[in-house]
Design a protein around this ligand. Structure first.
Ligand SMILES: C[S@@+](CC[C@H](N)C(=O)[O-])C[C@H]1O[C@@H](n2cnc3c(N)ncnc32)[C@H](O)[C@@H]1O
Length: 393
């Protein structure tokens, strides 16, 4: 847990999602793009709430000093009993010349401290020291084993920052590929599930989370791993069994804080079935997005699919809004179809009509367009991420 301070985050593949996720999890008082940089975003006066669970953010860093106090900074990272200092350097807005000068200055200072300087390429997967890169060392929670510095140019100043957190990539990979039950064309990426959960801002111990279209349980797994009490629902018995097998695997085979879960068969458009589940702090879900197709379909074909899906989403949301806590949020994905002849999306007004739910405009003040689009270049179906809350009565 970090105290209030400046942080910078490196944005992932989906910059809007990374920014929204940073804001949702780290509660900024203000924030801005790092001038001159596409990939870095600065959060001012923030408090980091749970540093390990990021899906879309690539790294989080905090300032440690300037070139003037390089020695003090490096003394902090020098091992008490000699040995080398394993380190890496990432450039944020530095010219190649500035980067190599900074690299040399760090190397010289480490040597002047009578330590061996062990520089590794921060982006290399394997270093000449076996499998341990700085990134891996930090990810594995051994900050003493490696330090990743960032040389950051801001205005006329050259600052030194240090990476303090990465997303748990190894965990995402393990939960994606080692779980017993998966459906490659249906299961969502764990890192996306993780981001959606963060967007609810319901980060409190044992908060109750529902996924009423749980499928193989990707959202449930991520949420359980983050300490939520999770409930899943699916109309298909096989999916219920799949989610249960995965949650059992998570709690028995991995290092996790997951505790309480429940998955049952049910229909998310039947209000009476939803009512029996009780009240939830948040609901995170991906309802059916339409058929899985190999090639972009004709526009009118997709428009027909949308005419069927839109009232289905609307019906589900009417019931879900009644079991959502007053202060809670629903984070929902809907399809964005790349059809021949243009993009087709469901009409958000029809999805929300009569549900009592409204788009949470909180993120708009940070320049994020809602709903947030999550895209992978090759996918025919991309996703719109809706963040919803109760509207004025
Ligand atoms: C897109 S998949 C969810 C995938 C899931 N996020 C995962 O990672 O595996 C949608 C799921 O909704 C379920 N479903 C369809 N209609 C439903 C309904 N009326 N009530 C509950 N579940 C339903 C399907 O069986 C399917 O498993």
């Amino acid at each position: 847990m970090e105290s209030a301070q400046d942080l910078i985050v490196e944005l992932g593949d989906n910059p809007d999602l990374s920014i929204a996720e940073s804001i949702a999890v780290m509660c900024p008082s203000s924030c801005e793009k790092v001038a001159g940089s596409e990939n870095f975003f600065k959060l001012c006066g923030t408090k980091m709430r749970h540093p390990l669970y990021y899906g879309s953010i690539l790294r989080v860093a905090k300032p440690v000093g300037t070139l003037d106090n390089l020695e003090d900074v490096l003394l902090d990272f020098a091992k008490p009993r000699g040995g080398g200092i394993l380190w890496a350097l990432i450039s944020v807005n530095l010219t190649p010349g500035e980067q190599s000068s900074l690299k040399e200055a760090i190397q010289t200072t480490i040597k002047s401290l009578h330590r061996r300087s062990i520089y590794v390429d921060a982006t290399a997967r394997y270093s000449r020291f076996g499998e341990l890169t700085v990134t891996r060392a930090i990810r594995k929670g051994f900050p003493d084993s490696g330090t990743e510095f960032l040389g950051v140019r801001r205005g006329g100043l050259l600052e030194l920052w240090r990476t303090i957190s990465y997303p748990d990539l190894d965990g995402f990979i393990e939960r994606d590929f080692a779980r017993p039950c998966t459906r490659p064309r249906l299961s969502m990426p764990p890192s996306l599930a993780n981001s959606l959960i963060n967007l609810t801002q319901a980060i409190k111990p044992n908060a109750r989370l529902l996924d009423p279209f749980c499928g193989t349980g990707t959202i449930l797994l991520e949420a359980a791993n983050m300490g939520f009490t999770v409930v899943g629902l699916d109309v298909d018995y096989q999916m219920v069994a799949c989610s249960l097998a995965n949650l059992k695997w998570l709690t028995t085979n991995t290092v996790t804080s997951a505790r309480s879960y429940l998955v049952m068969r049910g229909n998310a458009t039947h209000e009476d079935e939803l009512q029996r589940l009780g009240l939830f702090d948040c609901i995170v879900t991906e309802p059916p997005l339409g058929p899985i197709l190999e090639r972009p379909p004709e526009k009118r074909h997709v428009e027909k699919i949308m005419r069927e899906l839109t009232p289905f989403y609307n019906q589900a949301l009417k019931g879900l809004s009644r079991i959502l806590d007053n202060a809670g949020r629903i984070v929902l994905t809907t399809p964005v179809w790349k059809a021949k002849g243009g993009i087709v999306v469901p009409d958000s007004r029809l999805i929300l009509k009569g549900t009592g739910l409204v788009m949470d405009t909180y993120f708009q003040r940070f320049g994020i367009r809602l709903p947030i689009t999550w895209r992978k270049p090759d996918n025919i179906v991309q996703r719109s991420i809706y963040i919803l809350r109760h509207g004025p009565a």
